[in-house]
Design a protein around this ligand. Structure first.
Ligand SMILES: [Zn+2]
Ligand SMILES: [Zn+2]
Length: 388
């Protein structure tokens, strides 16, 4: 995320913060009177900070280092221990920039680039806008070119469903981003194993290629168990039901979650780089891939009936019959956990006639209602299009 922030700071935010919160402005002066020596007023040039970052004590750059108040001893010990996990050469804003030269505004605000508040705020704005753009772009393209629109006639398609999906996703994305912000800030403060140079010291291209399946397998496993927990009756009711409102989906259902549900399911993506080395550009590419995959498994276009890949048909089965195919990328954990259900052959029939579709859907509804009754109870608060 530091690559993204560096580019945005250079071309957008440096000037914005320097104008709104200048180094010697009213807010800066008021703040320094209020909290003498606080970390918030700490601002040095990037070059000077880079030198400092190389040779200062263990908690350099950490939140509580230069605060005017002191913490209880046990908390200080824990803070110092955590500080030791920090990679001193990876603290955003305190080491020389890697992609573009800093702008003339880079050190003109009293909120330094490495300031936690500034990082959190900038990342929130960037990720929310990027999240919305990515969602509408990928789901929109899928809707136009891939999505099978016969689903509009399915008896379990909801009244105004696509509109409801879009409202749910668009309102959840900023909250999901807010909840994810601590991970991004941790990463920017040098607590992840993300790296940039590709050479012998970082494992070269070999590590890059290996980290792709490793990331997929790690997150596939994590999501499986989180998704199963989300189907625990009380958790399902509180968090996961909004995503199962859609018995059949459009691509816009991809991000239509309760925000805490979406955040829970994204946890493995953010935990991976805290534990394992991952190239920064690859991380961004995988972030894109994950979002495209999420749209793809909701688009109703059943291209693959692969026994290993958890494709669109598998996820359609999950939305239709709830208790099967919890996986994200592969069927591995569903097979181990006994929750795999082979997609119905009828999903792969091409060029079916209207009457044939109706017959297939009727069979799906009978099976679906039985499972839905068990999971959600007899009362179904969905309003289906056929009831109009
Ligand atoms: Zn589910
Ligand atoms: Zn889904």
């Amino acid at each position: 995320m530091d690559i993204v922030l560096e580019v945005c700071d250079t071309y957008l935010f440096d000037k914005f913060y320097a104008t709104v919160l200048p180094k010697n402005g009213v807010v800066a002066q008021k703040w320094s009177q209020l909290t003498y020596g606080s970390v918030l007023s700490h601002n040095s040039t990037i070059a000077a900070a880079a030198t400092a970052a190389g040779g200062v004590d263990g908690d350099s750059g950490f939140l509580f280092r230069s605060s005017g108040w002191s913490l209880p001893l046990p908390v200080q010990i824990v803070v110092n221990l955590i500080g030791k996990l920090q990679r001193k050469d990876e603290i955003y804003g305190k080491v020389p920039t890697q992609i573009v030269a800093p702008s003339i505004w880079a050190t003109e605000s009293f909120l330094a680039r490495s300031n936690l508040l500034r990082e959190a705020l900038s990342i929130f704005v960037i990720t929310t806008i990027f999240g919305w753009l990515l969602y509408f772009l990928v789901a929109g393209l899928s809707y136009m070119y891939v999505f099978d629109r016969r689903i509009f006639n399915h008896p379990r398609y909801l009244k105004n469903q696509m509109r409801l999906e879009i409202i749910q996703a668009a309102t959840s994305i900023p909250i999901m981003v807010l909840l994810t912000n601590p991970f991004f800030v941790l990463e920017l403060q040098g607590f992840s194993k993300l790296y940039f140079p590709i050479d012998d010291s970082t494992g070269g291209w070999n590590r890059i290629w290996w980290s792709i399946p490793a990331f997929i397998l790690f997150t596939d496993c994590g999501i499986y168990f989180i998704h199963r927990w989300l189907h625990w009756p009380s958790v399902y009711k509180a968090l996961h039901k909004p995503h199962h409102k859609w018995i059949v989906c459009t691509p816009f259902a991809s991000h239509a979650f309760h925000p805490v549900d979406g955040w829970c399911q994204s946890l493995p993506y953010h935990i991976y780089p805290l534990l394992f080395p991952l190239h920064k550009v690859l991380y961004l590419a995988l972030f894109l891939f994950v979002n495209c995959w999420t749209v793809m498994i909701h688009d109703g276009n059943y291209m693959s009936n692969d026994p290993v890949v958890n494709g669109t048909a598998c996820h359609t089965v999950h939305h239709l019959y709830f208790n099967y195919n919890y996986g994200q990328f592969t069927t591995l954990w569903d097979r181990i956990g006994g929750s795999y259900r082979r997609p119905d052959d009828s999903l792969f029939l091409k060029d079916t006639q209207k009457e044939q579709d109706k017959k297939i859907w009727k069979e799906q509804v009978v099976q679906m209602e039985e499972i839905r009754n068990e999971l959600e109870g007899k009362v179904d608060d969905r309003v289906y299009i056929e009831e109009e």
